[in-house]
Design a protein around this ligand. Structure first.
Ligand SMILES: [Zn+2]
Length: 1001
């Protein structure tokens, strides 16, 4: 069998290379001169001798090749030196021009137009053979090209050399990697020690020294400001990338950011075996390659074993070199595939990540660690020191030593890792007959073709091949079991024999349905994104590192069929060439255009594209021209057929031209003036909203809480203010940062040319303040719409911008990034136009809303024990009877569902100062599902806390509205299915009362 052959083959290789490794221990070649000045500086800037290793305690001299000093004016990791990306690139290109062992290429641009590069470093023969080698790696990556022939794979492995891809400083305040990678590139190109030569001769090291280039340049600005104002507090880095901050490392599923697409593009082009991302947080080097459980459930076990091999080798080698505080087991679980390095894990490579210790800048400072950081544990026998003077040079020593050790180990075992690369790719192709499924199918009768096309395009970007059925076909699908347990047991009792058999039903798919076959090399990422996730509440891991559920079909609001039967692979289909596009165009003729509302996001773009045309929304479903239109569908006048056709095909929408408008009640559908509101505390989460609006070309003004505080007449400038989640408490958003200390400017200046361009302020500290709260209150009272989400919804509630909504307290709720079921409560509300009765939403421990018909009411229900009968005569369900008078029947206690307000009592209506008039009462539009059905994907504990409570509430306030979201409808480019809840609110901002049935009193 191939496994025993592999084992024999690997042992042989290890035997020969181990001998070579012993010969070539780490340490300089005495015959090669050392750059004395540079070496002296390395030792000067390193704060303890044991923060050095024999791999980095010297710098070899070269007569031709300049050291990083040529660009930095000092050594890598020197105090006070933080190079801009352009300086890093200048050095890499200098290396390229002076060394035949270095090649630089552009891999793309950032959102703000900055370049991203990849630097290849290897011996001359390897670099010269890179193109041929890439062809061989391509065959190993797609074993279909060699007919899955193991013998041919062995020949390719023997002829090939691997590529190890390093990526630096994706997280902008984690500043050390660029200088470490500059010096590493120099060492790999110049060092003649046998250890480094061995790496250079056996593996191509590929380096992207700066991943988040926009953020790097802003971080350097802030650091330079700090150097120029040494006695002042410096402004926190509120913007990293153009859109998001820390979440730029959570984009490997949705692939929305340029940096992710560029690194993925380079990965798919070069076919590296490893993607190793450099971060900074915990001391001194956490190689979280091993991390902790639960591991992502869709990975080949070959990979998880490779993690163990490489992670523990790293710890063992660095411990041998005498460096304290190196470990590989720790907090990080690898459940979510959203991390940049996971591009490799989900595409048959090896993902790795370092956390080294950083100072967020290049100052040398004393750092005091917390007891859990310096404790000796079973996996960290040589822990970090409790209190250290720490320098950027220390950080660079750890990064470079770890990387050299890893590269050497990888070079030693190159054939075994290449063979694994082939095997993982081969087993991905064999998926249909191994673990399955056989395919995922996307039906041609999908109600949301726009979202379907978007989902398929994400999968295409991931490298997946899509085919399209040329004829209709049927497949057996498992029958979904009823949720109710009693029904299950009854069925089992009635027909035990049939209950034991897996039940299937036939599902019909029309011609034109898309089939994503699992017999392709990148089947694993498709399975990862499209399958469901289950995280047990009893899992020993109590702190999920990130979202626990992400099922893309649910979040995109698209039907996805997971087909196990391999017969689906025989369906007549052709490969889709080019991007998947939704069917589009204009049918029929006439002056009125009708567009079915299906919540496809292109619809909002359509409204703004024809900003000045007359749009109306139908308040009821209708039929016209032989087509059925859902409630909320658009009726458009004043747009020419040609113009409409052009835009329809651009946006992937189908329009129907009608001779006359249908007889249906309508209201105007505006293209309102929108402001997107942010705080200066954090822009991380609003960035996903900003990106969504930008991509759809929905125009908006981007304003801060300080603008709101300083603008009393907001209503004259805007119709809608969208306030996405901030990730802070309501009180913090109002308070801002403390006012002691110096002002914190976020402005473009000659010293800080890269900041202050997205938004700017003289002082980041002031928050929304009482004046801002009052401005928002006036804005709503004057007819504006304020949209609050999670913490900003809590702000609206707790600062009295709404009435009749209260915040409940979670007792046991745990939904750390979970997909849950939501149910439409009021289908006539414009906010749910285009939606079915039930669909999935993303929540992250969202607020619990309770409604009341009384201003200031808590909306609490009486606990069940209080409604039980008291001690007395009769049986448990009979009333007690007072003796000596006829029985007086007590009135029924008011009852309501968890998403409703309790009906008013006569007592409350006596002097109704606090009774909210019916037209001003909160209207629950969408609620969370019942506890039993609530969990769709991920981890959910304590479902009862939030089950049935409102998810989206429309609160009329005088002439305007506040719409509150407990779920987060716009998140990481993954929740396209819920975007239109927001867009509907915007487009119907002055018509939100449509279809509302008011309480009688
Ligand atoms: Zn990081």
């Amino acid at each position: 069998m191939s496994f025993s052959r592999l084992a024999a083959c690997a042992c042989l290789l290890l035997a020969t290379t181990t001998y070579a490794a012993e010969e070539a221990g780490p340490g300089r070649d005495p015959a090669q001169p050392v750059d004395e000045g540079y070496t002296r500086k390395i030792r000067e800037y390193t704060t303890e001798p044991f923060f050095l290793s024999p791999l980095v305690d010297y710098l070899p001299a070269s007569p031709d090749v300049p050291t990083p000093q040529a660009v930095l004016g000092d050594v890598a990791g020197a105090p006070g030196k933080l190079p801009y990306a352009a300086d890093v690139y200048r050095y890499m290109r200098l290396l390229e021009s002076r060394s035949p062992r270095v090649k630089v290429r552009t891999i793309g641009r950032t959102e703000e137009g900055r370049e991203m590069i990849a630097v290849a470093v290897a011996s001359e023969p390897l670099l010269a053979a890179m193109d041929d080698n890439r062809v061989r790696l391509g065959k190993l990556a797609d074993p279909r090209t060699i007919a899955m022939d193991d013998a041919e794979a062995d020949r390719l492995v023997a002829a090939s050399f691997p590529v190890y891809y390093l990526t630096g400083t994706i997280h902008s305040p984690e500043t050390g990697a660029p200088t470490a990678l500059m010096e590493l590139a120099y060492r790999l190109a110049v060092d003649e020690s046998p250890y480094v030569r061995y790496i250079r001769d056996h593996v191509v090291t590929l380096i992207t020294p700066v991943v988040e280039v926009d953020g790097r340049d802003r971080q350097v600005d802030v650091y330079n400001w700090h150097l120029a104002h040494p006695k002042d507090n410096w402004p926190p880095l509120v913007y990293w990338g153009h859109y998001v901050a820390h979440d730029n490392n959570r984009d490997a599923m949705g692939l929305t950011l340029n940096l992710t697409r560029n690194v993925l593009g380079e990965y798919l082009f070069q076919k590296p075996q490893v993607l190793h991302d450099l971060h900074e947080s915990v001391p001194f080097l956490y190689d979280n390659t091993v991390g902790d459980g639960p591991y992502n459930a869709w990975l080949d076990p070959i990979l998880t074993n490779e993690w163990q091999m490489m992670g523990w080798n790293n710890v063992s080698e660095m411990t041998r070199l005498g460096m304290p505080g190196v470990f590989t087991h720790g907090d990080f679980d690898t459940w979510s595939p959203g991390y940049l390095m996971f591009i490799a894990a989900s595409h048959n490579g090896i993902s790795r990540l370092y956390e080294t210790f950083g100072n967020a800048g290049a100052d040398t400072v004393v750092r005091r660690l917390s007891p859990d950081e310096y404790a000796r544990t079973w996996y960290r026998q040589n822990p970090p020191l409790p209190r250290v003077s720490w320098s950027q040079r220390n950080n660079n020593n750890y990064e470079q030593t770890g990387l050299l050790v890893s590269l050497h180990y990888f070079a030693q075992n190159a054939p075994a890792f290449l063979r694994n690369f082939y095997l993982k790719s081969k087993r991905s192709i064999e998926k249909p007959r191994l673990e399955g499924p056989a395919a995922y199918v996307f039906s041609a009768d999908e109600p949301r073709p726009g979202a379907q096309a978007e989902l398929l395009r994400v999968l295409q970007r991931q490298g997946c091949e899509i085919t399209r059925a040329t004829a209709a076909f049927d497949v057996p699908m498992p029958v979904r079991k009823p949720k109710d347990k009693d029904t299950d047991e009854a069925a089992a009792g009635a027909d035990k024999a049939s209950a034991e058999k897996p039940k299937t039903e036939t599902r019909h798919f029309p011609a034109g349905s898309y089939v994503l076959r699992m017999d392709q090399p990148y089947s694993r990422i498709a399975d990862m994104l499209l399958d469901y996730q289950y995280w047990s509440p009893d899992d020993p891991q109590k702190h999920p590192y990130d979202d626990t559920g992400w099922t893309f079909g649910e979040l995109f609001g698209v039907q996805v069929a997971r087909v196990a039967d391999p017969a689906v692979l025989a369906v007549a289909a052709e490969r889709v060439s080019g991007e998947v596009k939704a069917p589009s165009g204009v049918e029929g003729s006439g002056p009125v255009l009708a567009v079915n509302h299906n919540a496809d996001i292109g619809l909002v773009a359509l409204r703004y594209r024809f900003k000045d045309a007359a749009f109306e929304a139908a308040e009821e479903p209708f039929e016209a021209g032989g087509t059925k239109f859902a409630r909320g569908s658009f009726l458009i006048r004043g747009v020419s057929a040609a113009e409409a056709g052009r835009v329809a095909s651009e946006l992937g929408l189908k329009l129907q031209a009608l001779a006359a408008a249908p007889a249906v009640k309508t209201h105007p559908l505006r293209a309102p003036r929108v402001a997107l509101l942010h705080s200066w505390l954090s822009t991380q989460d609003e960035g996903w909203w900003r990106m969504a609006l930008d991509r759809l070309k929905l125009p908006y003004d981007y304003i801060s809480v300080q603008t709101v505080a300083a603008t009393p007449a907001l209503r004259t400038r805007w119709d809608v203010i969208v306030f996405p989640p901030v990730g802070r408490t309501a009180a913090a958003i109002v308070a801002g940062m403390p006012r002691w200390g110096n002002p914190l400017p976020w402005k473009t200046t000659p010293l800080t040319p890269n900041i202050g361009r997205i938004d700017s302020t003289d002082d980041m500290r002031p928050g929304l303040g009482a004046a801002g709260v009052q401005s928002l209150r006036d804005f709503v009272a004057g007819g504006g719409l304020l949209i609050g989400v999670m913490d900003t919804a809590e702000l609206a509630v707790s600062y009295g911008l709404t009435q009749g909504v209260a915040l409940g307290r979670a007792e046991k709720l745990k939904a750390p990034g979970t997909i849950v079921r939501a149910r439409v409560v009021d289908a006539a509300s414009p906010i749910v136009y285009g939606y079915a009765d039930s669909f999935s939403v993303y929540t992250a421990d969202g607020p619990i809303f309770n409604l009341s018909n009384l201003a200031g009411g808590r909306g609490r229900r009486r606990p069940p024990e209080e409604t039980e009968r008291p001690t007395g005569r009769g049986t448990a369900d009979e009333p007690d009877l007072p003796q000596g008078r006829p029985f007086a029947e007590p009135p029924k206690e008011p009852e309501a569902e968890a998403w409703e307000a309790l009906p008013l009592t006569e007592e409350q209506r006596r002097n109704p100062i606090y009774v909210i008039p019916p037209a001003q009462r909160p209207r629950t539009v969408l609620r969370y599902g019942d506890a039993k059905e609530l969990l769709v994907s991920g981890l959910l504990e304590g479902a009862d806390d939030i089950a049935k409570h409102p998810a989206v509430v429309d609160v009329p306030v005088e002439k305007g509205h506040v719409v509150l979201f407990s779920n987060n409808p716009i998140w990481r480019g993954e929740t396209l299915g819920s975007y239109f809840l927001v867009f509907n609110a915007i487009l119907n901002f002055d018509q939100l009362g449509a279809g509302r049935t008011l309480d009688a009193e």
